[in-house]
Ligand binder design. Structure first.
Ligand SMILES: *Cc1c(COP(=O)(O)O)cnc(C)c1O
Length: 359
């Protein structure tokens, strides 16, 4: 019988801890649609300060944060946004920028490290002289860390260069910073510096930071004023939302410092997995809290079979293909969970005796 679960499916699976629950129980609240919920106001003020932007807005999810941001920058129909072909916005958000916003995506190839080549971005910008046939490029989106590229960090020099390119062509720059704090910690660059070139950033509170729900978008006062109207339009205006913001404030205060431990655990896990016969991990590419690995043909096991075996031991993983699995570390996974996980992988792949299932 499995008693404890090591949930490595995502860093979204964290459960609010005692401090968050206490803060939620005691949160001072009011109707945030009619005016200001005081706790939401505190969170937004704090996030604007941390991110080095004029203003901030709490929204229900990262998807809505990205959607609102893109729509504010691309208000005019027939706008085009340059996005990575592996980006969350392009792949995992139901195409909302098009279906809801009427914004056309122009994809540029994501390199393995999550960047897009600057010359390819520049080549994708439409010539305004041909507006009779072309959509009008208005925005570039970056993702940091880049989830589909293994949680890789975009360096500050790169972001600055994309920012300069955007300026040169009169475009805006949005960063999907769902895990921007992971990037900041891994790069050793203050988060406000890392997003300096961006006109807007969306920051997930319910990923590695561990809040139960919510994202904050940051930008200029004017950007946030327009974002607030769109949030209402999309049904994201919430009343006593301070209940959620209280937990998020605890998450921001207490958990940013814990991300470094997650990165260390990811490295340990990656190195351990790479030593197991039948598995292949690009250990050098592990920069933050994600570990993608491949199951080699010699292992004679599909990702589905391996996932099932691990599940029997209380280890939950995220299948990416028939031979690829993703593991994500977060602050509710301890070093001993990592050791237990490695032992279970070893057993699953080498068929060492299994005391839970003595067939
Ligand atoms: C999780 C995530 C989002 C937003 O997802 P929600 O589930 O809507 O909160 C956006 N971008 C990236 C890179 C993400 O990982």
């Amino acid at each position: 019988m499995v008693t404890s679960v090591v949930d490595l499916r995502s860093d979204t699976v964290t459960k609010p801890n005692e401090a968050m629950r206490a803060a939620m129980a005691n949160a001072e609240v009011d109707d945030d649609v009619l005016g200001h919920d005081p706790t939401a106001f505190r969170l937004e003020t704090e996030m604007a300060r941390i991110m080095g932007k004029e203003a901030a807005l709490f929204v229900p999810s990262g998807t809505m944060g990205n959607l609102i941001s893109v729509l504010v920058h691309c208000e005019i129909r027939g706008s085009e946004v340059i996005v990575g072909d592996y980006s969350h916005i392009h792949i995992y958000e139901n195409g909302g920028i098009s279906t809801i916003g009427g914004v056309h995506p122009r994809t540029v190839r994501n390199n393995k490290d999550g960047t897009m080549d600057i010359d390819l971005i520049e080549a994708a910008i439409r010539d305004p002289k041909l507006e009779l046939v072309y959509p009008t490029t208005r925005l570039i989106c970056l993702e940091n860390t880049h989830a589909n590229c293994g949680g890789r960090c975009l360096p500050v020099e790169y972001i600055d260069k994309v920012g300069e390119l955007a300026k040169k062509h009169g475009l805006k720059l949005h960063i999907d910073g769902a895990r921007i704090f992971n990037a900041s910690i891994a790069l050793g660059v203050p988060v406000n510096r890392l997003v300096k070139a961006a006109d807007s950033v969306s920051v997930c509170l319910s990923k590695g930071l561990g809040a139960p729900a919510g994202t904050v978008i940051v930008g200029s006062k004017d950007f946030i004023a327009r974002a607030k109207i769109l949030r209402k339009t999309l049904g994201g205006g919430m009343r006593q939302v301070g209940i959620l913001c209280a937990a998020a404030l605890v998450a921001v205060q207490e958990n940013v410092g814990k991300l470094e431990g997650d990165h260390k655990n990811a490295k340990t896990l990656a190195e351990g997995l790479n030593k197991i016969k039948g598995l292949k991990v690009d250990v050098d590419s592990i920069e933050t809290n994600m570990v993608y690995f491949d199951i080699l043909e010699g292992a004679h096991m599909t990702a589905q079979e391996l996932r099932k075996k691990l599940e029997g031991k209380g280890i939950l993983v995220n299948m990416k293909s028939s031979s690829r699995i993703r593991l994500v570390l977060h602050y509710q996974i301890s070093e001993s969970d990592v050791q237990y996980t490695l032992a279970c992988f070893q057993q699953a792949l080498t068929g060492a005796p299994d005391e839970n299932n003595g067939k």
